[in-house]
Design a protein around this ligand. Sequence first.
Ligand code: GLN
Length: 620
Amino acid sequence: MNRQSPSSFGRAPAAWTSSKPPLLRFLSACHADFAPEDSGAVADYIPELGKADPAHFGISLATLDGHVYEVGDTQVPFTIQSMSKPFVFALALDTLGAARVESVIGVEPSGDPFNSIRLNAENHPFNPMVNAGAIACSGLIQQARGDGAFEYIRQSLGKFAGRELDVDDAVYVSESATGDRNRAIGYLLRTNAVLTDRVDAVLDVYFRQCAILVTARDIAIMAATLANRGVNPVTGEQVMTPYAIARTLSVMTSSGMYDYAGEWIYRIGIPAKSGVGGGILAALPARLGLGSYSPKLDKHGNSVRGIKVCEALSSHYDLHMLNRSDDARNSIIADYDIGNSPSRRVRRAQEQNILAEHHQAVRIIELVGTLSFSNVDYVSRQLATKPRPQLVIFDLRRVTAMTRAGARLLAEEFHELAAYNVTVILSGIKRASADWKMISEWTEGLTNIRNYYLLDDAIEWAEDQVVYRHGGAIDFFEATALSEQSLLAGLTDEELTDMASLATIRTYEASEKILATGDPADSLFFLRSGVVHVTLPDGIRLATLTAGMPFGEMALLEPRRSADVIADMAATAYEIPLRDFERFRKQHPRAGERIMRNLAQLLADRLILANAKVNLLTSS
Ligand code: GLN
């Protein structure tokens, strides 16, 4: 185990009372190990802060799927203090625009303590994480929102936390009564035109924002929102733009821990911010948010136990943000052509032959997880490893996220494919989705892209294209005779004539429901013209049938219909009552046996196809 792991982690517990997720067990071990740590001192330059209970210790960790782990005093409220700075900076960026904010506040680390009264060479604050920069930020919000500035800040921080946040009036009054050093900074900013007027009003906003009450749990969720590109993982709300969030994390990385910032990012490698109230907030992009509360501070003004928790977390799980790699190859879950997995449309012999010969013409790539820069690059190189298909289907139904880089590369791949006249078909993505909007932004004007929600529809359409392109166009309206029915293959002319005398020709309109699940199964059908599909009541499409195929044939085995059959277009069918069919079998035992064998073959083919589809997913 690593030097910085808490010693009680991994020690066998005396008894297993209830099972705990390992991460919660780890945080509990941290809590147990660092609780005895007694060094540091509670901040008392703001008199009211001096009243904090030094024993309080809470650790909370929020994951990006919105789970919150909590150990110890995670529900004890304390004032946010400097941990408000990153959020108000993000708010200023989104409210006033980056250009305005950057014109008065720098982004260089100062190497100074948080309360340093020093500006950079341009007489601007070094960065928004030290008091001078934070006061300038509050000034910008004050300019934009006037008297509503503080309320605007409080509401906005509440969105990060996912709940309405209160203010500790005693702490506010206490800091307001004693905060002359911050007033000095305010006047310095005014002589340098960073603040334009009303220094007192700006400091009032700043003191109030520092006195906002939070818990370790709140801080964890606020941090997780930063780690999640501004989407609160608990409420799902996009609180700030990804742009503002990325810039905020940047200044947290370089200056969040004041004159300990370089050391912090070197050793721990997680963007963080501390507050003199005893809180530490750490946001590991794309992974987690951590909030800790313990009031005793070191000489830099950072919580002693909080630092230990961050160190242990980073080192035990090796979470340094610059120590990362990603396997680009895990985004393809299946890669095949229509030879391995045709659509569920049952094809006639002529079509089958064309598709068998040209199976490589349709390539299907099923993707999973996040489509990032490296994943999409890998996919585009995989595409080039086989002969160029005429159509490519990208199935995105298991894609949970797409980065901008991923979407951009994907769009560029579509341009590349267009240049070679390859048709791109997307399935599993809704046209209304944000991912689709992002892709279409970069594929405007491309005509080779189609979109189907269901993968099977996409495959079916692609197969049709291959059939058409190779001269297999089919007249769906042309009526077929019973002799062309696959189930009746091998019957003599006489047997077929007898069978025909039992059949009634039915006609259906497009979308008409021909059979309904649960109805008595007392006849069989042979599709004579048109197209029908077989679906389960929940909408799952089992098969698309064209003329020459039977349906409702399961009546030979089951007393009730097990699926719906719906006409895709105007269709006609031969219907034969089961009673008559049974009589026919008695009169023509040879033909009866032949039909049952054909049926067994049909069912076996379906099973083989279904297994192949399952294999494609489990073997890759
Ligand atoms: N309100 C405090 C101050 O300005 C915030 C400082 C901090 O948390 N580091 O002094």
